[in-house]
Structure formats: C-alpha cells, structure tokens
Design a protein around this ligand. Sequence first.
Ligand code: PLP
Length: 453
Amino acid sequence: ELDTAGWQALDSAHYLHPFTDHANLAKTGSRVAVRGEGVYVWDNNGDRIIDGLSGLGCVNIGYGRPELAKAVYDQMLDLSYCQSFFNTTHRSAVELADTLTSMLPEGLNHVFFQSSGSEANETAVRLIRKYWDLVGRPEKRVIIARELAYHGSTHMAASLSGITPMHYAGGDLPLPGIARINTPYQYRHGANMTADDFGVVAARWLEDKILEIGPENVAAFFAEPAQSAGGAICPPMTYWPEVQRICRKYDVLLVADEVVCGFGRTGDWFGCYHYGFVPDIMQLGKGLTSGYLPLSACVISDRITDVLIGLGGEWAHGYTYSGHPACCAVALENIRILREEKIVENAKAELVPYFKAKLETFVDHPLIGDVRSVGLMGGLEIVKDKKTGESYLYEEHIGPYCSAEAMKRGLAFRANGDTMSLMPPLVITKDQLDTVFDIAREALDATAKHLGK
Ligand code: PLP
C-alpha cells in the first residue's frame, strides 16, 4: 500500500484530471479519497470532509447506500450488458423510461439514454436539427443559449456553454449555429429592479434575439432552470413562464438542461415544476443515479417523437452504453429510495428554508456582494468592493483560495469564478448544515485576511 506522497506522485505522473490546473496540483497534491458515507468522504489519512457539493451536484441521496450497490450487483448477475440497437430491450431501461415519463409533465413521453449530461445535450441538438429537417423547415438551425451556461465538455455541449475559457482562442469552438443571450443574473444586470420585473426583462432578451435572427431561423432555446456552474444564478419566478410564452409564440423549441436541477436540487423534483414551465426536451443526469453510476436521459415530447417515429426511418444516433442495465437499475433504486423516504419533500420543508436563512447571514461579510439560492443550491459572490460590486475577476483566483481554505478545514466548497457554491446532499441534517456554514465562514474570513480586509 502506498503512502499519501506515493499516491500523489503516481497521480501527478499519470492521471490528467478534469478542469484542473496541473501545475498547481503538482504543488498541493491531490487528496486521496477512500470512502464515503452519508454526507462525508474520508481520505486515506482518516481525515473527514463534509461534502458541501454532493460531489459535483450529483450525490443527492448521500454516499454509500447499500441498496444501490445491491441493485447493481443483482442486475450484473442477471444481465450485465444489453445492446438496444437491434430489436432488443431489457426490463430496467423500459421500467426507468416508464418511471421517468410518469414523473414529468404530460406530453414528455419518450426517453433516450446515454452516459453523461454532455452526451444528453449532444442528443438533444441532433434531435432538434433532425426534427426541423423532417418537418420541412431545415432553415430553423440556430440554437440560442446563455452566457455563463454550462452544458458539458463535448464539442457541441461546450459550444452551448457560455463559460468563455471553454472556447479557447484560435480553436474551433463554439461550433457554428449558436447565438447567445445574457442570463437572469440580477445582481449584475438588474439590481435596480424588482425581481418580478427583472424576470420579464431578462426573458425579453430572448425575444429580442429571436427577432434579430428571424424566428424562421431559430430552432431552440437551451437553458438550465437555474445555472449551477455559472455561479448559482437563480432566475426570478417570472422568468421561465415568460420564456415559455416567447418560445411558443415564435415556434422555438424549449430545452431544459436539468442535469443539475433535476431530482430535488431546486426543492422540487424538477426545475420545470419549481419555475412553472413545460419544456419540449429535458436533460437529466447526475441526480438520476445520485452519481452511483454514469447515466443521463434526454426526455422528449410527443411533438418531436410523433414526427421522428411517425415518419419512419432510422435515426442514426446512439451509444454503446445507451440504457446500460446496471445504470438503469441503480437509477430505479435511487428513485425508489428518494420517493419512499420522501427525501425531496423533506428537504423542501425542513432544509431549504434553513439553508436559505443560513446563507443570508453572509450578506454582512466583508467579502460578499451577493447571496443567492434556490432549493439546496446556493452561491456567495465574493467582490472587491461591496458598494460598487467590483469583482476580483476569475484570474485572481480568489475563489480557489477560499475553496482551498475550506478544504483544509474539512469542507468541500466550490469556487465558480468568484462565487462560492454550496449544493449539499438532500439528506444532510441541520446540524451538519451548521458545520458547513461554520467552516464556510472560517474559509471566507481567512480569505478576507489574505486580502488584507
Ligand atoms: N449540464 C449541466 C447543467 C451541468 O451542470 C453539467 C455538468 O456539470 C452537464 C450538463 C454535463 O454533464 P456531464 O459532466 O455528466 O457530461
């Protein structure tokens, strides 16, 4: 067995981590995680970390549920793999598709499975383009996405994303056919308005863009109900109904990327229920399996499948692991537990108000310019000047500094730009939330000290 330094040396030598500054990692070394239970993860030195992030916004049910391990084990013994390309199906995928469609708004009746949120977004774009071709309107090609969006790291998903470092200079991203509008980020774009008014104003940016491009050229609007990686940007309640009205008016498909928002993150089962709208396509991932195995779902409305299936012919799209039996079995078990233990409902009633109240105590912190949250997704935005809202800017690495201070004290607390994000598992207790916020405050205090504040 290697010691920590040994693991870190091997890690640096061979393992290229996602979204990581490797020069920095070589200095700090990785923490070597070995076990997870509930809201905690332990490293190889026995140090415990409270996971304020549910991994990457996925471990909604908490770590280490034996029922999920058993579901995988049983499924693998019964049927470890099943292709679904050539007239074959299997029970777990069918049951999961049936379960998901029964939980979602009426009219969303078909599910396409893949392994990741990025791939679900690829599926959605290919489907949208195919749909408009099939109905004889191939000129409807432009997809409107938003600033600060995160839709994944494959070429199309990264192109849809509005996090600019993903569109490297001189590279081939974003792909053509994508237009961008601003996001309902009230602190930056509407601080002088009421939330209700700002929601409508921000939705009208979509209408302006559709009219600029010409509705006959616009295929879809693509957005997360609340933006997670963009820095917990939670729209006013007036935003989504107005977006839906605009999409219907101009015959633009409405696509909800619920990879983070789905399965309870917003306090309701799905973001579209929380914000009151019905998408034409919805992407699910992460919380679908609580991160136990990789699985995502692209859920599709009858409007689209009636054409796709009705006109016949093959849709040339799919993955070897579409609807993998073990992943579907674990998703079914995850949903069973979430339902039977009323995890989403309890979180909404007990934890969400507590989480919000705790977050709001940071309004007075010398570093914090804005506090925002929906459900159990929260953000504390660090600013240089509280009066003007002047930002430290991503490049100054203030967020990562604060994140490292939190990790030293045993809390996973993420920096999204200058916004410190929290997305704890839905099974966290109030006492555990107290610990999360105590450490978050210590980390912010240490950051303030570092900045001479
Ligand atoms: N969509 C959203 C809203 C996400 O937050 C993410 C990942 O964080 C993705 C898509 C991409 O999912 P994956 O990392 O599983 O490809």
